[in-house]
Design a binder for this molecule. Structure first.
Ligand SMILES: C[S@@+](CC[C@H](N)C(=O)[O-])C[C@H]1O[C@@H](n2cnc3c(N)ncnc32)[C@H](O)[C@@H]1O
Length: 424
């Protein structure tokens, strides 16, 4: 815990020791590889202070346990490399900075919570925008460095670093603003959005602001002959030797799991389909356990279909046009005008001037999220205007809710296929 009164890191420990370097490997965001679990101080069962003891009033809720997978996840964020990669992603970091500055008049003099502060960069942006107080929360040992960064910038009076899970820490006031960079690959990988929901439900004032306020996950069929030939076609003729016997293994190894890669707009065969639209003001935890959609595409070209690409964007708008302030009205009319409805294809937002957008689309400047590709083991030759349709289910893995199960059903030209994979 940093600071004296009014807040705690949830496990009532003293200032953590210096963050040791434990050789966490840099790779996919969210601790894909690190499994070294030493040194974590995240409490397993802490009860929120504000929970009523009266069973009739409210069922007692304790925070979800911090599993070994969670500990490994937080451990991966103790490594400098992952923060360096994120901060050097200028599209990401500059969009967040611009969003803070765009909302300066709302942030000035207000209380902010940065959910998953990492090195503290977004908290410091908010302090620079005039926030009265910023709670910078992170369960990873990177919080130790965040605290040093805050002190070195003479912001210790206003930026309070809490080393603990958002689910466990305690503060004794409500907040006006929640800011968080929670998006994983394919938007929902990492399952960090749940922690933003927890923070919102514990502390956000009515009429408060969430940055970003909404997110949309898209999918589209892609053709990528170069990639396919590079990994698969290659085995047909290796220095004049027929190595086709390797083909099955090559397909399995290359395409069993989703791939995080950069493609371009030229790889995309149709307008995208909206898999899921997330309104950060209203989304509930249970909605994240499983997301399903049905899709139908009509190919705009004659080309081999190699799989599907996924990408997302997030919007920073409000509070003037945020659902919090228009909540009653939105409920009455059923939907807000700006929001894409799940399943309805759209090229891009219809009115790009309305909100600041951080996009990871293939046609936009690249980010560290790139795009996520689910390749088929064998391509399907598509004619122009040919239909490809099916369903997609993304669900949190039972083994580790930060992993994502992907069930893809697709049919075209009278044949049906199923591809199951896990993003881990
Ligand atoms: C994607 S990083 C963002 C870091 C920083 N905000 C930035 O923009 O550079 C997410 C951070 O959130 C932290 N985090 C994830 N879930 C958390 C939770 N439930 N409680 C506290 N910190 C969490 C991770 O440890 C990680 O440092």
């Amino acid at each position: 815990m940093y600071g004296s009164t009014g807040y705690s890191n949830g496990d009532h420990q003293q200032q953590p020791g210096a963050g040791e370097k434990r050789g966490a490997s840099r790779g996919r965001r969210g601790g894909r590889r690190s499994r070294d679990l030493h040194g974590f101080r995240v409490s397993e069962y802490n009860h929120h202070q504000n929970i009523s003891n009266n069973d009739d009033q409210q069922e007692q809720k304790s925070p979800p346990p911090c599993t070994d997978f969670d500990k490994a996840y937080f451990h991966s964020y103790a490594h400098v490399g992952i923060h360096e990669e994120m901060i050097k992603d200028r599209v990401r970091t500059e969009t967040y900075k611009a969003a803070v500055m765009q909302h300066q008049s709302f942030i000035e003099g207000k209380v902010v919570m940065d959910v998953g502060c990492g090195t503290g960069i977004l908290s410091i942006f908010c302090a620079q925008a005039g926030a009265k107080r910023v709670y910078a929360v992170d369960a990873s040992d990177i919080a130790v460095q965040a605290n040093e960064v805050v002190k070195a910038n003479n912001l210790a009076e206003r930026v309070i670093v809490l080393h603990g899970r958002v689910e466990d820490v305690e503060i004794d006031e409500e907040v006006d603003v929640i800011i968080s960079e929670w998006m994983g690959y394919m938007l929902l990988y990492e399952s960090m959005l749940g922690s933003v929901i927890t923070a919102r439900d514990r502390w956000l004032k009515r009429g408060g602001l969430i940055l970003p306020c909404n997110a949309t996950l898209y999918m589209a069929p892609i053709t990528h002959p170069d990639r396919y030939n590079d990994s698969i076609g290659f085995w047909r003729n290796v220095y004049g030797i027929d190595m086709s016997a390797m083909l099955q293994l090559a397909k399995q190894c290359a395409f069993e799991e989703p791939c995080v890669e950069t493609i371009t707009g030229e790889n995309v065969m149709t307008w995208p389909h909206v898999v899921k639209h997330v309104d950060c003001y209203t989304i509930q935890l249970h909605e994240l356990e499983s997301v399903s959609t049905r899709y139908k595409f009509q190919s705009m070209m004659r080309a081999p279909l190699h799989g599907f690409a996924f990408w997302f964007d997030v919007e920073f708008s409000g509070p003037a046009n945020s659902p919090t302030n228009n909540h009653t009205q939105s409920l009455l009319i059923g939907t807000s005008n700006n929001n894409p409805v799940d399943g309805i294809p759209r090229k891009k937002r219809s009115n790009p001037n309305e909100a600041l957008v951080l996009s990871t689309a293939p046609e936009d400047p690249p980010t560290h999220w790139q795009q996520t590709l689910v390749y088929f083991y064998d391509p399907i030759e598509l004619e122009q205007d040919q239909i490809i349709e099916g369903s997609l289910t993304l669900s949190q893995s039972k083994e580790n809710r930060r992993f994502m199960n992907i069930l893809l059903e697709y049919s075209s030209g009278g044949r049906s296929y199923v591809k199951e994979s896990v993003m881990r």
